[in-house]
Design a protein around this ligand. Structure first.
Ligand SMILES: [Zn+2]
Length: 415
């Protein structure tokens, strides 16, 4: 008994010391959002103009999502990050002023566009602005005029060429990566591109994009300012912001740590992708994605799955494997994690910004009850998990002091 009391006293003393030392960190972490319902997002970048067969692939992907239902009987849905246009290479080549010309999604790929509209009506697709295009138009036009070898494939077969085949340094939209280090576009260019993107998005989908994710995760605070003027109040991220590439092509971060729920300089809320399901890349799959989903769930965070279009638009066999894996991942999440809620990114963002408001899908006018938050002592276990996954030095200290034992007991029995 005496030994037990001595151990408890030592833990208490250690706890007081650690709390005093890390008070502001603990306070900030405690004051974050903790979700009682687990939001599940499926974020898929790069949907837009493409080969005709993309329409069928998207149709099958959406049919798979429709077969999964959450705790309020809502179907799984794709937050489809839309590229609104592709370059009109033939026009660019004959323009004496070397101007950039584009073909919009509905003109270039009407079948894909129709499948998107159908998915929107069925509630299994919510469009989100990715970019007016997935490249820098001015730089691309200049390279066309120069017949630059880096775009030789585009010039050789403009009708079947895909921007995904460009060097990744040329795929950024809000930077010019044709020469390194890359250059951010000017404020005037940002204003004009985002204004046109915003107008085009409303024209194609009937409502503004309240959220956005920048192509190649390359954007800066100037872009955020213009987004904000155009009604973008939610920014999807991978947990950091990059404003360009250095002379070797490496990403340069100017916000190197973003947590879900953090606010930008312009009061937009950041979301963070925390589950990678990109099987084509070969370094993750449904099993690793499921493990990441469990880690997010333990911390009462949203499960935000990143799964790009290219997983579903390569060869038939690769497509089937990607789709089968996604189906398996959603089954595992649905069966083993209680009270999941399928949501799109703008909807989740609005929950962060206005706690307790109805969830509204503005694209098909459906409404869903708001997400529930954890409060008081019910936050303790996920709070401890957040400390555990984010701060390895604290974890080490917890092992040395023995505090890991009571912390583990809390985590094990409280949720
Ligand atoms: Zn992209």
């Amino acid at each position: 008994m005496m030994i037990f009391l001595i151990i408890c006293s030592a833990w208490l003393l250690s706890l007081i010391v650690v709390c005093a030392w890390k008070y502001s960190l603990f306070k900030k972490t405690w004051n974050e959002f903790y979700f009682a319902d687990t939001p599940v997002l499926i974020e898929s970048d790069d949907w837009g103009p493409g080969e005709g067969f993309h329409a069928q692939r998207l149709l099958q992907l959406l049919a798979c999502l429709a077969s999964h239902k959450d705790s309020v009987d809502r179907a799984a849905l794709l937050t489809a990050d839309i590229v609104l246009s592709v370059p009109d290479i033939e026009k660019i080549m004959v323009d004496p002023d070397a101007g950039y010309h584009r073909k919009l999604l509905n003109e270039a790929s009407p079948d894909i566009y129709q499948v998107m509209l159908q998915g929107i009506q069925q509630g299994v697709l919510v469009p989100q602005l990715h970019g007016l295009e997935h490249l820098n138009g001015q730089a691309f036009a200049r390279l066309c005029q120069l017949k630059d070898s880096r775009i030789a494939a585009a010039l050789a077969d403009p009708k079947h060429w895909d921007w995904e085949s460009l060097d990744s340094v040329l795929q950024g939209h809000y930077v010019d990566g044709s020469e390194l280090p890359s250059q951010a576009i000017s404020s005037e260019q940002a204003q004009s591109l985002i204004t046109l993107a915003s107008q085009t998005f409303i024209k194609l989908f009937g409502f503004q994009s309240l959220s956005s994710v920048a192509p190649c995760y390359l954007w800066n605070s100037d872009i955020e300012r213009v987004w904000q003027q155009k009604g973008v109040s939610v920014i999807q991220t991978a947990g950091y912001r990059c404003d360009g590439r250095d002379k070797l092509g490496n990403y340069h971060q100017n916000l190197n740590l973003i947590r879900a729920g953090d606010l930008s300089e312009f009061a937009q809320v950041y979301l963070v992708r925390n589950v990678m399901y990109e099987p084509i890349d070969g370094n993750n799959n449904a099993d690793t994605a499921y493990q990441e989903a469990l880690v997010a769930y333990a911390q009462a965070l949203p499960i935000s799955i990143s799964t790009h279009r290219y997983n579903y638009t390569r060869g038939e066999e690769e497509f089937k494997n990607s789709l089968k894996g996604l189906d398996r991942l959603l089954k595992a999440i649905g069966s083993n994690i209680g009270r999941i809620r399928y949501l799109s990114s703008p909807e989740l963002g609005q929950q962060y910004l206005m706690d307790g408001i109805e969830i509204v899908n503005h694209f098909n006018n459906s409404q869903w009850k708001p997400l529930k938050q954890l409060s008081g002592i019910r936050k303790l276990a996920p709070f401890l998990w957040r400390l555990y996954y984010r701060h390895p030095k604290l974890v080490l200290l917890a092992y040395i002091s023995g505090l890991i034992i009571p912390a583990s007991l809390v985590c094990r029995y409280s949720r």
